[in-house]
Design a protein around this ligand. Sequence first.
Ligand code: AMP
Ligand code: GLY
Length: 418
Amino acid sequence: MKKVLVIGSGAREHALAQAFLRSEQVEQVIVAPGNDGMTDDGLRRAAVAVTDLQGLRDLAVAEAVDLTFVGNEEPLTLGVVDVFRQAGLQIFGPTQAAAQLEGSKSFTKRILDQYNIPTAQSRTVTNHTAAQAAVTEFGLPIVFKLDGLALGKGVTIVTTATQAADYLTDLYTRQPEAKLVIESYLDGVEFSIFSLVGQDGVVTHAPLAQDHKRRFDQDKGPNTGGMGAYSPVRWLSAEVRQQAIDTLVMPTIAAMAKEGTPFTGVLYTGVMLTAEGPKVIEFNVRFGDPEAQVVLPQYTGDFYQLIVDLLQDQAVDPAWQTDAVYVGVVLAAAGYPEAPEKGASVPTPSDVAPLGINYAGVKNGLASGGRVATVVAHAQDTQTAQQKVYETIDQLQLTLQYRHDIAYQAVQHEMDKM
Ligand code: AMP
Ligand code: GLY
């Protein structure tokens, strides 16, 4: 029987642990550091921080872990995969060099431009004058992206010349040499594709997903880590999905190999479907959260075997279900994202049964962070899955807060077809 280590502490890592626990080969999943909501049979927590790379390696050795899966980007950009590989340990994720696809927007733009992979026109600048020149050249609206790991907070879209001038004056007064990626604005439909990439070009692509990044209904309010997601996105055609794979995902995997920094792990491609076809908005080098909570339950094969086969360059079983739609709604603390309040009560698995729940900011049974849990329902169609999840959480009368319209675009498309 196998032992798996999952690195991270959120609802995404909870969903990963559950995916491994469904494998008949897996006896135990250790999550480092995990959270207090993770109490599943066979799941154990270890108090090692995601940034303590040596501590994580020592844990994997001491526990004789067979496979490690990295949930979040921080240890990846610090080089956890390199540290594990040097110790001869089996780990799924990109090396530090390949993790630059998420860690450095200027690196990503260089790769995309050099290999002619469709994306927004962009310029990387390091001073106020060059920044202003790029604004004049690209026109409005325009997108500013601070280089480096931004944890979702590095992107600013402005629609007027005054807003653009104010943003740049403020930034370059504080940091005269700030590295800024300036991009033309892409108009269209946004979706995500998660590709599990193995050692030598073996890949399986999960069904498409759509996240809801704004805090409030109708996509209003501040950006968050994600307030809910659904998958598959049936109203986007198989042709669109295939076009995104053929023109964006596979050329990027090939480019990374050619650059001498081959990519292994989860490649998360943020796509904008524009009038000119799909274009890359961004890459991440791990599953999305909350997208993982709706994508992982769709793998009907042995998830442990899938990851091992990818790492060992074997043909994989692409056993993604197609019969149901999964809808996940994030329960967040009041005040999230600016000032989340602690201490609200958190629903238990039996409160939401038979629906699934994945925990994030939970301590001693109470809310302790911004995003607290994701509740997931599935059904034959999106509208039924959406109804199921809201019937369950609405009757709990929570002080935790959530959006009431997750998957609205898909539901609208289903209604239009009736
Ligand atoms: P990122 O951190 O690069 O994913 O950007 C966060 C969000 O900003 C994306 O999910 C998009 O909704 C939006 N965004 C980023 N770049 C662009 C762009 N060039 N045009 C339009 N929207 C963008
Ligand atoms: N849900 C968006 C992300 O994980 O980056």
